[in-house]
Design a protein around this ligand. Structure first.
Ligand code: NAD
Length: 486
């Protein structure tokens, strides 16, 4: 089996230490990838720093051309990328194919954005001074990604970063490195200058920590769990580097009694169980009007039970396995805790071993009803196919329940009363919200959380600005001495 290498300063580097990447659908080996060390981070940072002056000075149209070419190539190879992520992560092919097209769209969006107006001019009290601002790249960025959308998370990070003129040291999750390796093969093939984008593989505790601590890195941008985010902030504090954090969530989907039950059930399933529930913005808490509570749950459980669990490459697969055995065990432990705390299990609740699923890490779509606000299943992110349902009587109560966790990533409101829907969605303390919808995400619109769900935004214009510094320039229009000291 070919070994997936690191890509540092435009060269493929074999660390000599290799780790198997496991296909969670059956425990087989999906690929082999290097495990790097802090020395590899040092080499990547040095390469990025050396590449930065020329890359940041390249005409924007030339930088854009690289990004357009990358977008086109990802699209051409979308099915290859999809298969890689399906075997490495477990997700169904329809999901991983969507991820590949989204990744291409992200590169294309930032290719198109970088020559658009930015900066501003300011009227200041001194009429002889013209103040203006320009945006400049930050320098060398460290970027650390999770395993749930392997290719897409790489695209969301690398596209705006290099578009803005920065150079990157990128680390994917050690559970799902394979599509990032393929992405860097494209960078190599398309002649991206050495050092602009560097790939270092390995664990969070070694390579990740070393990126967050590295004095040569100007900003660290991380997507992953909230506890890891805390560690990264601590590691970054020593060198006062900028941090961008996209963290966990426990996002609410509120359904009012005036909304069509079947339609809302359909969205609730999508909100909670798409991508096996391994979605930071998953609608993992359903906040349900008491007027429709019982019939809604009956339909929800019936439809959740009918979701087709299968290896992701199988025709018709609707939900794949969880990413790893240890993650599956953590999800099952959270299900057990909910049972012990008295949440009412209405479907799922176990690992699924049937037939050809027996060696995979499959967990049945699980719904707990009658959840109290202080239960762990309401407060803690599970990051799996587990939905906690809470009942409300009044609009105020719905809002209070929705905002009753430390997280603030996403949320949705379903109601035919559009003024109510807007009123309520404005009260949800979260960065990404939907009305009569859940999950659609676009490269054009900013993505990120309130509260303990993160700092900063990815995507959209904000996502590009996060990779720039703002410089103030004051121009004296009437040159002469200042005359402050006699
Ligand atoms: P994780 O926090 O375990 O790991 C994420 C990345 O950080 C991996 O590359 C890992 O190797 C690295 N890492 C781990 N410890 C580190 C350390 N001390 N220093 C530096 N790097 C370290 O997260 P995960 O299990 O890969 O992903 C799941 C989590 O990601 C969930 O909590 C989910 O909500 C979150 N997530 C958030 C978003 C978002 O946009 N807000 C998107 C996807 C996933």
């Amino acid at each position: 089996m070919e070994i997936g290498k690191m890509y540092i300063n435009g060269k493929w580097v074999d660390s000599g230490l290799h780790k198997e990447s496991i296909n969670p659908a059956d425990g087989s080996v999906a690929g082999l990838a290097c495990e790097g060390s802090p020395k590899d981070v040092d080499a990547a940072v040095a390469a990025a720093a050396a590449a930065f002056p020329a890359w940041s000075a390249l005409p924007v149209t030339e930088r854009a051309n690289f990004l357009f070419k990358i977008a086109n190539r990802i699209e051409e190879l979308a099915e290859d990328f999809a298969l890689i992520d399906t075997f490495d992560n477990g997700k169904p092919l329809r999901d991983s194919l969507g991820d590949a097209y989204d990744s291409a769209a992200c590169f294309r969006y930032y290719a198109g954005l970088i020559d658009k107006p930015s900066g501003g001019t300011y009227l200041v009290p001194d009429p002889n001074t013209q103040a203006l601002t320009v945006r400049e790249p930050i320098g060398v960025c460290g970027q650390i990604a999770p395993w749930n959308y392997p290719l897409m998370m790489a695209a969301w990070k690398i596209a705006p970063c290099v578009a803005a003129g920065n150079c990157t040291v990128f680390k994917p999750s050690s559970l799902t490195p394979l599509s990032s390796i393929k992405l860097f093969e494209l960078f190599d093939e398309l002649g991206l200058p050495p050092g602009v984008a560097n790939l270092v593989l390995g664990s969070g505790q070694t390579v990740g920590r070393s990126i967050a601590e590295h004095p040569g890195i100007d900003k660290v941008v991380f997507t992953g769990g909230t506890d890891t985010g805390r560690e990264i902030m601590r590691s970054a504090a020593e060198t006062i580097k900028g941090v961008g954090l996209e963290l966990g969530g426990k996002s609410p989907m509120i359904v009012f009694g005036d909304y069509d039950i079947d339609t809302a059930v359909d969205w609730a399933l999508f909100a909670a169980f798409c991508n096996q529930g391994e979605v930071c913005s998953a609608g993992s808490r359903l906040i349900l009007d008491e007027a429709i509570y019982d019939p809604f749950l009956e339909k929800l459980a019936a439809r959740a039970n009918a979701i087709k669990l299968a290896p992701g490459d199988e025709e018709g697969a609707e939900m794949g396995p969880l990413v790893s055995e240890s993650h599956m065990n953590s999800v099952l432990a959270k299900i057990d805790a909910a049972k012990k705390e008295g949440a009412k299990l209405i479907c799922g609740g176990d690992r699924v071993y049937d037939g050809k699923l027996k060696n995979g890490y499959f967990v049945a779509p699980t719904v707990f009803a009658d959840c109290a606000p202080d239960m762990s299943i309401v407060q803690e992110e599970v990051f799996g196919p587990v939905l906690a349902v809470q009942k409300f009587k009044t609009e105020d109560e719905a809002v209070e329940l929705a905002n009753g966790t430390v997280f603030g990533l996403a949320g949705g409101v379903f109601s035919n009363d559009i003024t109510r829907a807007l009123r309520v969605v404005k009260k949800i303390r979260a960065g990404i919200t939907w009305v009569n919808s859940y999950h659609p995400t676009f490269s054009q619109a900013p993505w990120g959380g309130y509260k303990q769900s993160g700092i900063g935004r990815e995507l959209g214009v904000y996502g590009l600005e996060e990779y720039t510094e703002v410089k103030q320039i004051n121009i004296n229009l009437v040159p002469g001495p200042v005359g402050w000291f006699k």
